[in-house]
Design a protein around this ligand. Structure first.
Ligand code: IPE
Ligand code: IPE
Ligand code: MG
Length: 246
């Protein structure tokens, strides 16, 4: 009961909330290493933090959450780890589908799906279709995603529409990026202590507030999430203007 009242109070205290949060979920390997466990157990434990942030976004009515799960560069990891991660994604999508549907979540996958097995692609497509009309949180998972891939892919998509003679505009690009259904992220959270973007949403982060925390992803809990939101609401977003103009 006490916890319930405390969490209502915390929500009220947030006067400015991001509409779109992007997260680089980093530090699973180090979390496991610290415990003398294989890296894979860190990835598994990281799933609990995924559930925590989804629940928090729902509680706070944050409409968009985008999670970086596997980059185009992560294929360079040992093949055993890559295989493990791919099967973890496949299992999680299968296992969590009904919970996503039940919770009114609109599911999206962003990234290059071409190398995925057909079975996985079928599952992703049907979950996206099935949750298309859901009105709650839009949850985008970035798998085999790279910001550079996204931009080149968007240009190629545009070229397919055969507008060769027209001048290419920012709008043309934005309409063909994989996050074309969402506003740019207001807040990026990166766990694990590194202060870099690692080829995530390089176009969309132009005016995103960046928040870096030493916490490793499996340790990222409700308190750590709220700390990021409290830091976010202290930031003054000027978009090139002066403070006085706001
Ligand atoms: C993030 O954790 C998960 C993925 C990139 C798939 P890491 O696996 O990168 O963990 P660290 O950075 O090695 O600790
Ligand atoms: C970024 O983490 C990618 C994901 C979290 C999916 P990495 O661990 O791959 O990033 P770098 O290699 O340290 O930049
Ligand atoms: Mg890492």
């Amino acid at each position: 009961m006490f916890n319930f009242f405390r969490s209502v109070k915390t929500q009220d205290a947030l006067s400015v909330k991001p509409k779109h949060i992007a997260i680089i979920m980093d530090g699973n390997g180090r979390w496991a290493k610290k415990r003398l466990m294989p890296r894979m157990s860190g990835h598994r434990k990281g799933l609990e933090s995924v559930k925590t942030v989804i629940t928090q976004c729902q509680k706070l009515n944050i409409p968009f959450l985008t999670l970086f799960a596997f980059s185009t560069e992560n294929w360079l990891r040992p093949s055993q780890e890559v295989k493990f991660l791919m099967s973890l994604f496949q299992d999680s999508i299968k296992k969590e589908s009904s919970a996503l549907i039940k919770n009114n979540i609109r599911f999206k996958l962003i990234g290059d799906r071409k190398p995925f097995p057909k079975k996985l692609n079928d599952k992703i497509n049907s979950l996206e279709k099935f949750t298309e009309e859901n009105t709650g949180l839009t949850l985008s998972i970035a798998i085999n995603y790279g910001g550079r891939w996204d931009i080149v892919n968007a240009v190629n998509e545009y070229r397919k529409q055969n507008h060769f003679k027209k001048t290419f505009t920012q709008k043309n690009l934005i309409q063909n990026l994989s996050l074309n259904f969402a506003p740019d992220p207001d807040l990026l959270i990166r766990t694990g202590g590194e202060k870099r973007i690692s080829n995530f949403l390089i176009w969309q982060f132009s005016y995103t507030e960046l928040y870096f925390t030493e916490k490793l992803w499996p340790d990222f809990n409700e308190k750590a999430f709220m700390a990021a939101l409290f830091e976010f609401q202290k930031r003054e977003r000027r978009y090139g203007k002066t403070s006085e103009q706001l």
